[in-house]
Ligand binder design. Structure first.
Ligand code: ADP
Ligand code: MG
Length: 927
């Protein structure tokens, strides 16, 4: 047990003797025992004992101590005013944080100030703007299986995943019978926290995702159904299975739980990883006491989707296509697909664009509808630029309305909402006369919410303070009572302003002053030499060295009147503010509808901006018809990728000049075997094909002269172990595991990229495996495949396979130096120029010389030019670098056989294996 969590032992031992405040702390720690409790004491959040020692170290704050009659307790505190950055550090260190605020004014009750946990902050449930990335969602996930019945038969609905962004209210659910499919969805949305029920499979979430065990009762089918129906009318119609209802219900319960119990006893849900059946009933009873007050009103939509509606990208593909994270360790942050595509103007659009990239479409009609909008916005330069400028003034409406709904918004937030509503008419205006369906819809959806805007304009002053309890928020003329109170206060003050003159006249004391201090209130001050002139109705209040201060009964009465009016005005203002905030919260769905329209518009404008700026073209999307030739076993899928002058969207931005390349894959040319020396452009080429396909399915224009594309269902990418050391995945085992997935799951509608697979083992093994994979993909899987390889013999295989063909990258030579043309051409490569690449890369001359010697020695004369079957690698220690014909009986042994012979590990072969191997090589020779 972490000593920073749970009730401190030292306090538990003497629980009955503790001071009331310390007992409160102890009890809150016991209730929120998997979180660090931040305990408000005045202007600070304090921690004690183990938690104090831990936070002092993590947050680099002073460790002090608190002493009372029961003992001395280590203590560390953070100022409430800038608690957020400290809380962030605690979260990053893997802690949850329970914020226990004082929920009554000191002095309100006789005993100790009441405190309650007002929110539990966890990585997946953040709502604080300061702690969130604005342009991406932050999801918490829940997973459940079947109907969760312990006794009855489980329905066979498989595994369900629910995802909720607590800050925006985005709420999604899906399910699948395959846990791999669920794992793929997890990597797509990359939740930062997962809430697990009793039957959730382990290992579904990556390490960076915080796993939170949550009470079994929340996952109970009936309880979860009730929870969901408090939000959405009919859970059974909305969701596809018991598993989905369980996951969604539990997630909602969790979101309510982290929101914190407003008052002791009102809500008693506690975190509890214990799934002991006998306790379930008890827990359930507690949960059912949840009042409707815990409901999060801004969660108004639940989107149920089927993973098969979207282009499927698993974790490996997401990474190797550099969608969100740069691949190269040295790569700049922008070196990602989202980096080059994101020209959004506001946070709403940023998140929308990320969602589109995460979930590219399959349905040509849906893709075309986005493309139509992008095309129209690309063509209309002025409209696009004006829209972009206007969208810059759009605040994060989703989070704003979430805060308003959770009653955490201040007056400035309301003004921000008003500022956004004020630009909506202009945005609408720029969209008038648009032609395509999508933009016309958006035009219609842009409801400027005039009533809401007028409410805010009438109620809230232009530049309100952050504090909402100290007045100065509500505009003049909004409320008669408030205005009357303010008039009273103002009149009183005016009377006091005039008092000095009046009293000077009355007393004849020209130096008489009227002042105010916070302890004694208003006073009249007369210096000692003039005390003679003081009238009878002056009452002495304070004696100073050179003067006396007085009040009069009338002044006193005026003062009470002013103070009373001001206090009541502040209260009234707070009341009015809360009413306004509640009234706006009632409009949550309309605000969310507007946010959705603005988000979509911003994402479309962003795509159009990129298309125009970087010379992208509109892809022609082909219907996903049946395969005409019907050659493969998967005779149902016809797939065409025809790209002219394609570019890599990310690499082209970093390159001074990028060489465009074509790609033409059709039903009878489905499998391209691509060769070429290191650094010639193979990997770039393959990825650019996949990224162009993906971009098109996002609804974006693509970096190419022209593109005709059939949407693909899935993109698989696998990079040979030795090529991906930077990604920390270097074992051959991992590579084979990933390959196995492809062979199992790919089909005629998949696009598969295999980059130097089989590299993590000996040449012979690697070659054999690579060959077997190609054959299998060709004969059985039927996927459209790009296969880059340094195993040269594989190019010959392409001749034997009906739908396979070869491509290679040519390199030229000037003197001893290699010149890369980065141009793909038909046929197999003629040489790999490994040593020259080493030179170009700046490998020291002696090493290069020595490698030349080795190559020459092994290959006889003129080794590198025209060496059709040999393979030399830039990596001079690579076993594949050693090649060249050896003579046995006067005839040349093909280099591949020679290379294989050379790497045969005789010491570890059994006689039978040796014979088999010999037989295979012999047959290779005969071919
Ligand atoms: P390979 O996989 O054949 O070893 P890469 O695809 O990794 O080669 O390309 C190596 C480098 O060459 C890239 O990092 C990029 O800088 C450059 N490059 C690749 N393709 C092109 C191209 N079409 N135009 C310009 N530069 C390119
Ligand atoms: Mg490569």
């Amino acid at each position: 047990m972490d000593p920073a969590l749970g009730p401190p032992e030292k306090m538990a031992e003497r629980h009955d003797e503790l001071t009331p405040m310390m007992r409160q702390y102890h009890d809150l720690c016991a209730r929120y025992d998997d979180a660090i409790v931040l305990f408000q004491v005045g202007d600070f959040y304090e921690t004690f004992c183990g938690a104090a020692e831990r936070t002092a170290r993590l947050l680099e704050i002073a460790l002090t101590s608190r002493e009372d009659s029961t003992g001395e307790y280590p203590m560390a505190g953070i100022p409430i005013d800038n608690a957020e950055s400290y809380i962030q550090t605690l979260l990053e260190s893997g802690y949850r944080v329970a914020v226990a605020d004082q929920v009554e004014e000191p002095g309100e009750s006789s005993g100790v100030v009441e405190r309650a946990v007002t929110r539990v902050i966890t990585p997946g449930t953040l709502t604080e703007d300061e702690l969130l990335a604005s342009d991406d969602n932050n999801f918490v996930a829940a997973v459940a299986r079947g109907n969760g019945s312990a006794t009855g038969p489980d329905d066979d609905s498989g595994l369900a995943l629910a995802l909720l962004d607590v800050s925006t209210g985005d709420f999604l659910a899906t399910s699948s019978t395959s846990s791999e499919a669920i794992a793929d969805e997890v990597s797509r949305f990359d939740p930062s926290e997962a809430v697990l029920g009793p039957d959730a499979p382990p290992d579904l979430f990556p390490e960076r995702c915080m796993v939170t065990p949550f009470e079994a009762a929340a996952f109970d089918r009936d309880h979860a159904g009730e929870t969901v129906s408090r939000y959405f009318r009919n859970p059974d119609a909305l969701l596809a299975s018991d598993a989905e209802i369980r996951a969604c219900g539990a997630l909602l319960s969790y979101a309510e739980y982290v929101r914190g119990g407003e008052h002791e006893g009102e809500r008693d849900a506690t975190l509890d990883g214990d799934c002991d059946e006998t306790e379930t009933d008890g827990d359930r009873d507690e949960l059912e006491t949840d009042s409707d007050g815990a409901r999060l009103e801004y969660i108004t939509h639940l989107t149920r989707y089927d993973p098969r509606e979207y282009l499927l990208l698993d974790a490996v593909a997401l990474r190797s296509l550099e969608l969100f994270e740069p691949r190269a360790v040295t790569g700049s942050e922008d070196a990602t697909l989202v980096g080059v595509l994101d020209e959004t103007a506001c946070a709403l659009g940023g998140r929308k664009l990320r969602d589109w990239i995460r979930r590219p479409l399959l349905e040509p009609a849906r893709i075309e509808s986005r493309l139509d909008a992008v095309e129209e916005l690309t063509a209309g330069v002025q409209r696009r630029e004006e829209l972009h400028d206007l969208l810059r003034d759009v605040y994060d409406l989703e989070r704003l309305i979430g805060r308003i709904s959770r009653e955490r918004a201040n007056a400035r937030d309301l003004r921000s909402l008003r500022e956004t509503l004020a630009v909506v008419p202009d945005i609408r205006d720029r969209l008038s006369g648009v032609e395509c369906e999508r933009l016309r819809e958006l035009h219609a959806d842009l409801d400027p919410l005039v009533d809401v805007r007028e409410l805010i304009e009438g109620a809230i002053v232009t530049d309100p303070p952050i504090e909402i309890t100290e007045g100065g928020i509500i505009a003049e003329g909004y409320d008669d009572d408030l205005d009357a109170l303010r008039t009273t206060a103002r009149d009183g003050k005016r009377w006091i302003d005039d008092l000095k003159e009046r009293e000077r006249e009355r007393t004849g004391v020209g130096s008489l002053k009227v002042g105010y201090n916070s302890v004694h209130g208003y006073y009249i001050e007369v210096t000692n030499p003039n005390l003679e002139a003081v009238p009878d109705d002056y009452e002495r209040r304070q004696t100073l060295k050179n003067s006396e201060r007085f009040v009069t009964p009338e002044l006193k009465a005026r003062e009470d009147e002013i103070v009373g009016a001001e206090e009541r005005a502040d209260e009234r203002e707070y009341e009015l503010f809360c009413d306004v905030r509640r009234d706006i919260a009632e409009e949550v769905e309309r605000v969310q509808g507007l946010a959705e329209a603005l988000a979509t518009l911003d994402a479309l404008v962003s795509l159009a901006t990129v298309a125009a700026q970087y010379d992208y073209c509109r892809p022609e999307m082909l219907e996903r018809g049946g395969r005409s030739g019907g050659s493969g076993p998967d005779g149902d899928a016809s797939l065409e990728i025809d790209i002219e002058g394609g570019r890599h969207p990310v690499v082209e931005r970093t390159q001074e000049s990028f060489v465009p390349n074509d790609a033409r894959l059709t039903d009878d040319r489905r499998l391209a075997v691509i060769t070429g020396p290191n650094m010639s452009g193979k990997s770039t080429y393959m990825r650019q094909v996949a990224q162009i396909v993906l971009l098109a399915q996002v609804g974006s224009f693509v970096p190419a002269r022209s593109a005709r594309l059939t949407p693909v269902d899935r993109i698989f990418t696998r990079v040979g172990a030795s090529d991906d050391i930077a990604g920390g995945r270097s074992t051959f085992m991992v590579e084979m595991d990933e390959l196995a997935t492809i062979l199992r799951e790919a089909d005629g509608r998949s696009l598969v990229l295999l980059d130097e697979v089989g590299r993590g083992t000996s040449t012979a093994d690697g070659l054999a495996i690579a060959r077997a994979i190609i054959e299998h993909i060709h004969d059985q899987v039927g996927a459209t495949t790009l296969f880059a390889t340094h195993h040269h013999p594989l190019t010959e295989l392409a001749d034997d396979l009906e739908t396979a063909f070869t491509l290679h990258f040519e390199v030229g030579q000037e003197d001893e130096e290699v010149v890369f043309h980065h141009e793909v051409v038909p046929g197999a490569a003629t040489g790999s120029y490994g040593v020259e690449v080493a030179t170009a890369a700046g490998v020291p001359e002696p090493v290069v010389e020595r490698s030349r010697e080795l190559v020459d020695g092994a290959a006889g004369d003129d080794p590198s030019r025209g060496d059709t079957a040999g393979e030399r690698d830039a990596n001079v220690t690579d076993d594949s670098a050693v090649t060249g014909p050896a003579t046995a009986d006067g005839g040349d042994i093909p280099t591949d056989v020679a290379a294989e012979l050379r790497t045969l590990d005789l010491a570890h072969l059994t006689p039978v294996e040796a014979l088999t191997e010999l037989d295979r090589l012999k047959r290779l020779l005969e071919e």
